[in-house]
Structure formats: structure tokens, C-alpha cells
Design a protein around this ligand. Structure first.
Ligand SMILES: [Zn+2]
Ligand SMILES: [Zn+2]
Length: 215
């Protein structure tokens, strides 16, 4: 069983060629979701049946010169496809061919990171969860989970750290914004619309900037 998973992770099921690590673009695809991962596994074999057939279909049925490359999400193991209108497009972003040992190591590291995060959550170690969440080079899926946890157990002090950080991953940023709202709700607080300091929802005058707050 484990062997099957391994093969699925590293080899294209359509052509049998090793998948390449492809660094994900900073923009998001049309579904509005980011990939939440610094890389995806993509089959860059131009002779791959999946790629060739999709190109043929798009050209014959829709009159479009484009096709789809087979893609595997490293975290979820879900397979999908990436549209491309040019055979050499995206190839500049190939990181490197996957070695099986490297792949296994990363899988291990991700598992460990998840375990660590779960431990922090159970012991309500907000600071350690924050550290994981703010680490831009961490695993996307782990950081997204950390953002969720912060919303559940974070305090006002966490809001400050989150508000001062620019998340390059839009999906994580969105989840962080949700969590900030969650924390405010629990504490009956809000952000002052004038000075962005944390104030009580029922405050009539901001204690930081002195501006009057209308409901
Ligand atoms: Zn292939
Ligand atoms: Zn204010």
C-alpha cells in the first residue's frame, strides 16, 4: 500500500515519467484559491498522453492552442491539472526532479510539523503557534492550520503580531483575517477605524486617538 502511494507521488500516472517540482506562482488561478504550497509536482513531459490529448481536445473542440499538464498537490496528494498555452511555459520554474528520498524526507518533516502544531494547540501555546504561522518558509498547509488555531485560542496580543505581518500567501492572509475577527468577537473588541488600535466594541471614544466612534 505504501509503495503505491510513493509511486503516485513521484511518477505521472499517464506517462510514467518522474514529476518535477514546480515552484508555484504568487498569483492565484481562476478558482480563487491559492495553492498553499511553495511547489507542486507537475509532469513536464511534452509527450505525456494527458498533456497531448488535452491539447488536441482544446484545439479541436474549442479552437484554442492550449493544454493541461498533470499536477499533484504535495500536501493533499490530490491530482489535478494546470492549463498552459505554451509548451515551454512554466518550465523556467521547475525546481528540480524529485528524488524519492527527498520526497520521503519532506513528507516526514511535514508530518512532524503537523504534530508539533497539534501539541502546541493542545497545550494552548499561542506564541509557538504564532511562530509557525509567521514563518514564510513553512509548509503552507501547516501554516493554514496554525491560522485556524490562532482564531480559536489566540488573544489580543496575537492580533498585534498578525496585523504587523504581511503574508505573501493570499489564502493564509484571508484565514488570518478571519481569525483576527474571531479573536475580536471573543474579547468584545474591535479595531479603531481611525488609528487601528484595539478598542472595546462599546467604546464611544477611542482611548488611543480620542476620536469619537459612531455606531
Ligand atoms: Zn505525464
Ligand atoms: Zn483610535
Amino acid at each position: 500500500m505504501e509503495k503505491v502511494m510513493e509511486d503516485k507521488q513521484t511518477v505521472c500516472p499517464h506517462c510514467g515519467q518522474s514529476l518535477n517540482k514546480w515552484s508555484t506562482p504568487s498569483f492565484n488561478f481562476s478558482d480563487g484559491l491559492g495553492w498553499c504550497t511553495p511547489f507542486l509536482y507537475v509532469c513536464f513531459n511534452d509527450e505525456c498522453s494527458f498533456f497531448k490529448n488535452s491539447w488536441k481536445r482544446m484545439s479541436e473542440v474549442y479552437g484554442q492552442e492550449m493544454g493541461y499538464r498533470y499536477m499533484l498537490h504535495p500536501d493533499s496528494g490530490e491530482s489535478s491539472s494546470i492549463p498552459t498555452g505554451n509548451k515551454s511555459a512554466m518550465k523556467g520554474d521547475i525546481i528540480d526532479a524529485i528524488s524519492e528520498t527527498q520526497e520521503k524526507e519532506e513528507l516526514e518533516q511535514r508530518k512532524k510539523a503537523y504534530q508539533m502544531l497539534t501539541d502546541y494547540f493542545i497545550s494552548e501555546d499561542v506564541d509557538s503557534i504564532l511562530t509557525m504561522l509567521l514563518a514564510e518558509d513553512g509548509f503552507g498547509s501547516v501554516r493554514l492550520k496554525a491560522a485556524e488555531h490562532i482564531g480559536e485560542i489566540g488573544d489580543l496580543h496575537a492580533i498585534e503580531a498578525l496585523a504587523n505581518h504581511k503574508f505573501t500567501n493570499e489564502v493564509i492572509q484571508k484565514r488570518v483575517n478571519e481569525s483576527i475577527k474571531q479573536i475580536h468577537k471573543k474579547n468584545f473588541t474591535m479595531e479603531c477605524p481611525f488609528c487601528a488600535e484595539i478598542i472595546k466594541i462599546r467604546a464611544k471614544i477611542c482611548k488611543h486617538c480620542g476620536k469619537e466612534l459612531t455606531e
